[in-house]
Design a protein around this ligand. Structure first.
Ligand SMILES: *[C@@H]1O[C@H](CO)[C@@H](O)[C@H](O)[C@H]1NC(C)=O
Ligand SMILES: *[C@@H]1O[C@H](CO)[C@@H](O)[C@H](O)[C@H]1NC(C)=O
Ligand SMILES: *[C@@H]1O[C@H](CO)[C@@H](O)[C@H](O)[C@H]1NC(C)=O
Ligand SMILES: *[C@@H]1O[C@H](CO)[C@@H](O)[C@H](O)[C@H]1NC(C)=O
Ligand SMILES: *[C@@H]1O[C@H](CO)[C@@H](O)[C@H](O)[C@H]1NC(C)=O
Ligand SMILES: *[C@@H]1O[C@H](CO)[C@@H](O)[C@H](O)[C@H]1NC(C)=O
Ligand SMILES: *[C@@H]1O[C@H](CO)[C@@H](O)[C@H](O)[C@H]1NC(C)=O
Length: 514
């Protein structure tokens, strides 16, 4: 089917980050996603227009399609007969039949859209190497779940192991539908959690996928992810992205003031200064407020420059935090919070902990792709990744500790901290953490991105390779090039391109030599 109509789609791209941080982080993430989606649609349009001028048997619009695959809810127990429909997209416009490769884009913790096969660096690569582009939405996210999917009894079927098995069935479907042979080399791509899935798909199913590019992949699960805010502190003082020592010091001072006011019980003043939607009722609401304030900085670091906006990046935030015309660091933090609220077209910040719990317990399906309930469940049952502020280098409040995050697993899903801890250890044993012993995987990270602390930054062997990009944030390499890209990012994309080319040559050589 053709579908120019789908360009109005408001479904979000999955080019994003695991984020079980606070509400402000989620709002900022949605903002970044929406802007990226808009950018992706622009790129896709101009690409299609360019292709339309090329002679060919089919209009480019007719070579992109959406489909759905029926999957068992439980791949590991076929006595469970329930099924669900999983969405996928295919773009054949670059595919060189019959032996062109297949580039698989793996979905993750939010809905995918048609742009997963129309824009991004993997699509640029498909154009260069004549690949069929396919993308599979992750189970339980976006539209790939049953109407009762978010109920507790069904969440047990949400896991990375089930997701990898979904990829296995999808591989079979695509192979049959397009009559693929061993000559069609599969390479998979993913960023953030899907980056881990890309590496793990190659690790666990090397007979199905020849190689993987794993961008910003936190392959090492960790219960207490103190390293996240360590990188945030380093990035806030990194001049490459407009940070400075003064900036970091001002942030530390501002949060110390807020924390002292919490301890002194000045909750009415805090609620007013930081435009809380409601009164701060008790300690947990104060923690929510501290986390929402920390989110402004965590979000700016993680997505530095990736929304394309002139605010919400390290340079602009540090501009506010070091501006002594605004007054004390506490006052500058008020200003940073105001700028955040205004740019998100909001009027106040929701700091109610009761509301957070209520939202995470909500099993209704909103259709919006972010999937906080699902992702929080995966952190409780597989990954941890709790971005605490327990490390001495963390610039925010040390009140934001592991207990606060783990209590949510207990209160929302009735999962004990002991169980979460065991689950995290199992995940690392199951996949090999940051020593996976895979082959033909390229791990790509940016040194500004806090998630790089859980990824692979150095070559592990001749075929487990790593690229660490100076000055870029989360998944920056996955977006198509922009004229403002810094040189290290440009070079990184060139390396990814040549590595993919090398793999494809190697695959050809292997199939020729038998
Ligand atoms: C793969 O391609 C080679 C030529 O490059 C051809 O001889 C062979 O039959 C193909 N294999 C399959 C399974 O189609
Ligand atoms: C951030 O964006 C600005 C303007 O778009 C650009 O000049 C700058 O090089 C970018 N910095 C990084 C680190 O990407
Ligand atoms: C303004 O801030 C800078 C650091 O950003 C500091 O060196 C300077 O002393 C401050 N000036 C005043 C008047 O406080
Ligand atoms: C976290 O902070 C709370 C309140 O300050 C405290 O009761 C709890 O013991 C702390 N947990 C850890 C693991 O430090
Ligand atoms: C929570 O889990 C415990 C132990 O696994 C179980 O005994 C209890 O019934 C559960 N509570 C609820 C409300 O499901
Ligand atoms: C990692 O391996 C690649 C490919 O063999 C090589 O080009 C690169 O220089 C290596 N990087 C480091 C830091 O050794
Ligand atoms: C990153 O690049 C900057 C220049 O933009 C340079 O000063 C710095 O040393 C580089 N960092 C690393 C770790 O290579």
């Amino acid at each position: 089917m053709g579908f120019s109509g789908l360009f109005c789609s408001t479904v979000l791209l999955a080019l994003v980050a695991p984020a079980q941080a606070g509400r402000n982080f989620r709002l900022f993430r949605q903002y970044v996603l929406q802007r990226q989606e808009k950018q992706a649609s622009k790129e896709a349009y101009s690409r299609l227009q360019r292709l339309e001028r090329r002679p060919g048997p089919m209009a480019p619009w007719d070579q992109v399609m959406e489909g759905s695959i029926r999957q068992p809810l439980d791949h590991f127990n076929r006595e469970v007969h329930q099924m669900f429909n999983q969405r996928f997209w295919v773009n054949t416009q670059y595919w060189q039949i019959p032996s062109g490769p297949v580039f698989l884009y793996i979905g993750g913790e939010s809905g995918l859209s048609v742009f997963s096969v129309l824009s991004g660096h993997h699509v640029d690569l498909a154009e260069k190497y004549g690949a069929l582009v396919v993308a599979l939405e992750h189970r339980f996210y976006g539209a790939s779940l049953n109407p009762d999917g978010l109920q507790d009894c069904n969440l047990q079927f949400l896991s990375s192991q089930q997701a990898l098995s979904d990829l296995v069935s999808f591989h079979r479907l695509v192979t049959q539908k397009y009559s693929l042979t061993a000559n069609n080399t599969w390479i998979c791509f993913g960023g953030s959690y899907p980056g881990s899935l890309a590496a793990w798909f190659r690790l666990k199913f090397p007979h199905l996928v020849f190689a993987a590019v794993a961008s910003s992949a936190p392959v090492r699960a960790q219960l207490d992810f103190t390293g996240y805010n360590k990188v945030v502190a380093a990035s806030l003082s990194n001049p490459v992205v407009g940070g400075s020592k003064e900036c970091l010091e001002a942030v530390v001072e501002a949060f110390t003031s807020v924390q002292n006011m919490v301890r002194a019980g000045q909750l009415t003043t805090l609620a007013k200064d930081f435009r809380s939607c409601g009164a701060l009722e008790g300690f947990n609401d104060c923690l929510e407020m501290l986390r929402n304030l920390a989110d402004i900085f965590m979000g700016a670091v993680q997505y530095n420059n990736e929304s394309g906006a002139l605010w919400g990046n390290v340079a602009s935030l540090c501009g506010i935090m070091t501006n002594n015309n605004t007054g004390s660091p506490y006052q500058r933090l008020i200003e940073a919070n105001n700028v955040f609220i205004e740019n998100l077209k909001s009027t106040c910040v929701e700091n109610s902990h009761a509301k957070t719990l209520e939202e995470l317990r909500d099993t209704s399906i909103t259709g919006i792709g972010v999937g906080e309930r699902q992702w929080y469940f995966q952190t409780c049952t597989e990954f941890g990744y709790y971005q605490t502020c327990e490390d001495p280098t963390c610039p925010f409040s040390h009140l934001l500790n592991l207990t606060f995050s783990l209590d949510i697993c207990q209160q929302v899903f009735n999962i004990s901290s002991r169980n979460t801890q065991d689950a995290v250890s199992f995940t690392n044993d199951y996949y090999g953490a940051d020593h996976p012993k895979a082959s033909r995987v390229l791990f790509v990270n940016g040194d500004i991105d806090p998630w790089h602390a859980l990824s692979i930054l150095k070559n592990q062997s001749r075929s487990e390779l790593a690229l660490l990009i100076n000055g870029t944030a989360h998944c920056a390499d996955m977006i198509s090039p922009k004229p403002t890209d810094p040189q290290p990012l440009v070079q990184a994309r060139e390396k990814i391109t040549s590595q993919v080319g090398e793999w494809l040559n190697l695959a050809k050589k292997i199939s020729r030599d038998g």
